[in-house]
Ligand binder design. Structure first.
Ligand SMILES: CC(=O)SCCNC(=O)CCNC(=O)[C@H](O)C(C)(C)COP(=O)(O)OP(=O)(O)OC[C@H]1O[C@@H](n2cnc3c(N)ncnc32)[C@H](O)[C@@H]1OP(=O)(O)O
Length: 415
């Protein structure tokens, strides 16, 4: 059977999309709108497909694109973002994903990307390629009546204000607000113009139903935009009683006051009895903002963004560290991309990370380093699980002091 991995030019897009839809269990038809939608973001050199020469069908898809991800401390690093990974059911478990992944990661390393990122459809797929779960996401459903908020709430107490705005205003002020968030919160990824067009209805995803949402801005007393909330609501009444659920599509804020104000806003809309929070960081303020936090029921809690280091010195030098310390990390990487022993010398004033021959403090795989990099995972926990090995007593605890963060990382966006 002839199976060629190849890059995809525009003339192959229809057949490639058919394979993508097949892998993602979407009906196997391709509309002109979908081809146009894909064409706009198409990067031929970074879109891979596998052609089965016997049938002339594409049977696998893989796409990557440039991304900026914020490291701990606020500095962005270039990432190889991977998406649209499928292998058709006729060709599964013959190593096609492994071949496409190997090719893409090697190209990313040569290009100089610092990490690779993806959102895993299923947990067991990507650890073998050196990825580790680096951020987690939690979704709550709030029972508004139980929450105990003041029913007379009429707006932020700090002199700021909330205002309903249209999609055009969101496109005008949202990107700059998001850039400020991205410069402050580790785990946040960049959003391009297309992202804003798509999420405000100007460029909807073909075949997916669009409901125009409500948009709310929080402005500080001086008028600065400090937060943005986007939500939709259903229209359900039972025996003359409203039973409406609001679903939050995004809530981003650059100050805790703005974050609290926007949660208060959506939890105080008349007729809304339930609020679905959307995917938040597990340590989001939401539950503890409520007089009765048990009114917020966890409906999803799972790994979200996976990270794979491609350049250990640059990844570790890009982040900040709360205390002085040094560590020798022996990184195992069967793919050979970051294999080696590295000396990290770090502190609040900066860090250096260099290859070394000194004895190792910790032995760990590339995926474990990916899970630790954004400060979420604990080296002590990974050592207890036998996933990393401590060569010097106390090295895992020292790694946690250096690497962990007081706020957990948050990646708000699917890609
Ligand atoms: C970033 C994203 O796009 S996430 C979306 C991922 N896509 C999907 O989930 C769509 C449905 N699934 C698929 O299309 C395919 O099953 C894929 C892409 C997940 C895997 O493709 P395959 O070509 O079958 O994978 P491949 O044969 O290279 O597998 C390599 C190894 O991973 C394992 N593996 C692959 N998929 C899975 C899985 N879903 N669960 C557990 N193990 C898996 C294989 O068993 C194999 O293990 P081995 O090395 O020990 O033998």
């Amino acid at each position: 059977m002839g199976l060629d991995i190849r890059t995809i030019d525009e003339s192959d897009l229809r057949d490639w999309i058919l394979a993508l839809r097949t892998g993602f269990l979407r009906p196997p038809t391709v509309s002109e709108e979908e081809i146009e939608y894909r064409r706009v973001e198409h990067r031929p050199e970074r879109t891979l497909g596998v052609l089965d020469r016997d049938t002339g069908r594409y049977v696998a898809t893989f796409r990557s694109f440039p991304q900026q991800i914020t490291a701990v401390g606020g500095r962005p690093v270039p990432a190889d973002a991977i998406s649209n990974v499928t292998v058709s059911p006729t060709h599964r478990r013959r190593g096609l994903l492994s071949r496409m992944m190997e090719r893409d990661l090697r190209a990313a390393k040569e290009r100089g990307d610092v990490v690779a990122t993806l959102i895993a459809a299923e947990y067991p797929i990507y650890g073998r390629y050196g990825f580790g779960p680096a951020t987690w996401a939690t979704e709550w459903q709030v029972d508004v009546a139980r929450a105990g908020l003041d029913p007379r709430y009429s707006g932020p107490a700090d002199g700021g204000r909330t205002e309903l705005v249209d999609a055009g205003t969101v496109r005008a002020v949202g990107p700059e607000l998001h850039e400020r968030l991205r410069a402050a919160r580790h785990g946040v990824i960049d959003r391009n113009e297309r992202w804003w067009l798509q999420t405000t209805g100007a460029f909807p995803v073909p075949g997916e139903p669009w409901t125009e949402p409500f948009h709310v801005l929080h402005r500080a007393p001086d008028g600065t935009v400090e937060g943005l909330l986007t939500y939709t609501a259903d229209a359900v009444w039972e025996a003359k009683r409203p039973q409406n659920t609001a679903t939050v599509h995004q809530l981003i804020a650059t100050t805790p006051a703005a974050e609290r104000s926007l949660w208060h806003f959506v939890l105080s809309v008349d007729w809304i009895t339930k609020v679905n929070s959307g995917l938040r960081a597990p340590d989001d303020l939401l539950p503890l903002l409520l007089p009765d936090p048990r009114a917020a029921k966890v409906t999803t809690h799972a790994d979200f963004l996976w990270v794979r280091p491609l350049d250990v010195p640059r990844a570790l030098e890009a982040r900040s560290y709360p205390v002085e310390g040094s560590l020798v990390l022996a990184v195992d990487d069967p793919a050979g991309l970051v294999e080696g022993r590295y000396l990290l010398e770090a502190g609040p004033d900066g860090a250096s990370c260099t290859p070394t021959t000194e004895p190792a403090d910790l032995y760990l795989g590339a995926g474990e380093l990916g899970a630790l990099w954004l400060g979420d995972e604990s080296a002590v926990r990974l050592a207890a699980l036998g996933r990393i090995a401590e060569e010097r007593t106390g090295a895992a605890a020292r790694a946690d002091q250096l690497l962990r963060t007081s706020l957990r990382p948050w990646c708000p966006d699917l890609f």
